[in-house]
Design a protein around this ligand. Structure first.
Ligand code: XLS
Ligand code: CA
Ligand code: CA
Length: 447
C-alpha cells in the first residue's frame, strides 16, 4: 500500500506506518494482535476483518457536544480558503490516515466528502469533483470504499423525515441526494450502499400516519434499488437498524423489525443489514443477538463496530475494547460465513477531551486489536469444536426418529401429543451455562 501523503502536506507528522509488534510491545502506536497478513483459519486477518474508517467521526467531528463548542482543531479545515478546498484537504488527511493506519476501507456520507451547495446542482457538482479526487487516491493507495450513503438527517429540511416526510417536496429532495450518492458509490467501486433512517420514524403518533410513512419508505427504497441496479451497482444495499435517536421511534428498530419490513415489501433479495453494536444495545439487545438474528434470517451484511455504555441510553459511539464481546461477535460472523461485501467499519468517535492527533490512531489501533483478538479466540473456539459439540448434542433428539419427523413436518399435533414420554423427569437436563461461560473465558484469556 503506497503512502499517499508523500507529495502533499502531511497532516499527522511524527506518526509513521503502524506496524504489528505483538502483545509484549509497549509502543502505543503499534498493533498487539492485528497482524494483517497472518493467516487464521485459511484466510488472512485483513480479509476476515475488512477494517474501515468512518469519514464523519474521524475527519468531520470536532468534539462539539450539546453543551460545548469544538475542542478538536483540524488543520485540514483551518488551512483552507473555502469549503471545497477544506474538503480537498480533508481528503488528503483521510488518505494519509488510512494508509498510515493500514485500514483497507473507508465509508462516507455525501456531505462528509463534499460540501452542500446553494442548489441541488451545485451540491452535485461538488460531489462529482470530490469523487474524482477520491478515485485517484483510491487508485494510488489501494484503499477501497466499503460503502457510501447520503446524509438525510442533518439539514433542517429533513426534520420531519426524508423518505417518510409528510411533504412530497422533501421526499423528492431526498431522492436527488440518494441518486447522486449512489452514483458516487458506483463511481468509486463501493461494495455497499447504506440506508440509515435517522429521521425515518416519528416524534409523536398524534401527527403521524404510520402506515403511509412505512409504505413511502418501501417505495423509496424500491426506487433506489432499481436505480442502482440499472446503473450496474452489484454491491449490497444495507439497512442499518436503530431503535431511536434522533427520533423517538425509528422504523428500522432492530434486525427482526427490518427483516419483517423487507419481506412485507419484497425487498429481501437486495437488502441486508448493517449492524451497529451501540444500536443493538439501544434496542435492548446484545450485539451478538443482532448478528445471530441477521444470520438466521439470511440478511447478515456488514458491521458498524463500536460500543455504547450500558448505563446510559444514548449512542456514545465509543471504540470497542472488550475482547469478550468481540470474541462472541467474531464467532457469530465466522459462523455466518464471514464478510462478503461487508466489513468492520469503526463508526466510533474519540472523546471530546482527546485532542492530540495521535488519539485518533490509538483509538483505531485499540478497536482493530480488539477485533483481531476476538478473531483469534473465535477461531480457536470453532477449531476446538467443544462449544459446537455441546450445542449439537443438546438438540440431538431431533436428528433421527420422531424428532426428525417433527422437523420435517411429518407429524400432526395429535401424533406429536401421543409421543409424550411418561418419564416425570423429562426436560430436567442442565443447560451448562456456567461451564460454557468458563470455557469462553478460557479461550479469551489464552489468545
Ligand atoms: C447514526 C448512524 C449513522 C450511520 C450512517 O447513529 O450510526 O452514522 O451509520 O448514516
Ligand atoms: Ca452506524
Ligand atoms: Ca451510533
Amino acid at each position: 500500500m503506497a503512502e499517499y501523503f508523500v507529495g502533499h502536506k502531511e497532516y499527522f507528522p511524527g506518526i509513521g506506518k503502524i506496524r504489528y509488534e505483538g502483545p509484549k510491545s509497549d509502543n502505543p502506536l503499534s498493533f498487539k494482535f492485528y497482524d494483517p497478513d497472518r493467516v487464521i483459519g485459511g484466510k488472512a486477518m485483513r480479509e476476515h476483518l475488512r477494517f474501515s474508517v468512518a469519514y464523519w467521526h474521524s475527519f468531520g467531528a470536532d468534539g462539539t457536544d450539546p453543551f460545548g463548542s469544538a475542542t478538536q482543531v483540524h488543520p485540514w479545515a483551518s488551512d483552507a480558503r473555502n469549503p471545497l478546498e477544506a474538503h480537498e484537504h480533508k481528503l488528503d488527511a483521510a488518505f494519509e490516515f488510512f494508509t498510515k493506519l493500514g485500514a483497507d476501507f473507508y465509508c462516507f456520507h455525501d456531505r462528509d466528502i463534499a460540501p452542500e451547495g446553494a442548489t441541488i446542482a451545485e451540491s452535485e457538482k461538488n460531489l462529482v469533483h470530490m469523487v474524482s479526487l477520491a478515485r485517484e487516491r483510491q487508485k494510488a493507495t489501494g484503499v477501497g470504499l466499503l460503502w457510501g450513503t447520503a446524509n438525510l438527517f442533518s439539514h433542517p429540511r429533513y426534520m420531519n423525515g426524508a423518505a417518510t416526510n409528510p411533504e412530497f417536496g422533501v421526499v423528492a429532495h431526498a431522492a436527488a441526494q440518494v441518486k447522486a450518492a449512489l452514483d458516487a458509490t458506483i463511481e468509486l467501486g463501493g461494495q455497499g450502499y447504506v440506508f440509515w433512517g435517522g429521521r425515518e420514524g416519528y416524534m409523536s403518533l398524534l401527527n403521524t400516519n404510520l402506515k403511509r410513512e412505512k409504505d413511502h419508505l418501501a417505495r423509496f427504497l424500491t426506487m433506489a434499488r432499481d436505480y442502482g441496479r440499472a446503473r450496474g451497482f452489484q454491491g449490497a444495499f444495507y439497512i442499518e437498524p436503530k431503535p431511536m435517536e434522533p427520533m423517538k421511534h425509528q422504523y428500522d428498530f432492530d434486525v427482526e423489525t427490518v427483516a419483517a419490513f423487507l419481506r412485507t415489501y419484497g425487498l429481501e433479495k437486495d437488502f441486508r443489514v448493517n449492524i451497529e453494536a451501540n444500536h443493538a444495545e439501544l434496542a435492548g439487545h446484545d450485539f451478538q443477538h443482532e448478528l445471530e438474528t441477521a444470520a438466521a434470517l439470511g440478511i447478515f451484511g456488514s458491521v458498524d463496530a463500536n460500543r455504547g455504555d450500558p448505563r446510559n441510553g444514548w449512542d456514545t459511539d465509543q471504540f470497542p475494547t472488550n475482547v469478550y464481546d468481540t470474541t462472541l461477535a467474531m464467532l457469530a460472523i465466522l459462523r455466518a460465513g464471514g464478510f462478503t461485501t461487508g466489513g468492520l467499519n469503526f463508526d466510533a468517535k474519540i472523546r471530546r477531551n482527546s485532542v492530540d492527533p495521535s488519539d485518533l490512531f490509538e483509538a483505531h489501533i485499540g478497536g482493530m486489536d480488539a477485533f483481531a483478538a476476538g478473531l483469534l479466540a473465535a477461531n480457536r473456539i470453532l477449531e476446538d469444536g467443544k462449544l459446537d459439540a455441546f450445542v449439537r448434542q443438546r438438540y440431538s433428539s431431533f436428528d433421527a426418529g420422531n424428532g426428525k419427523r417433527f422437523e420435517e413436518g411429518r407429524l400432526s399435533l395429535a401424533e406429536l401429543a401421543s409421543l409424550a414420554p411418561a418419564d416425570p423427569d423429562i426436560g430436567r437436563t442442565s443447560g451448562k451455562q456456567e461451564r460454557l461461560e468458563n470455557l469462553i473465558m478460557g479461550y479469551v484469556s489464552r489468545i
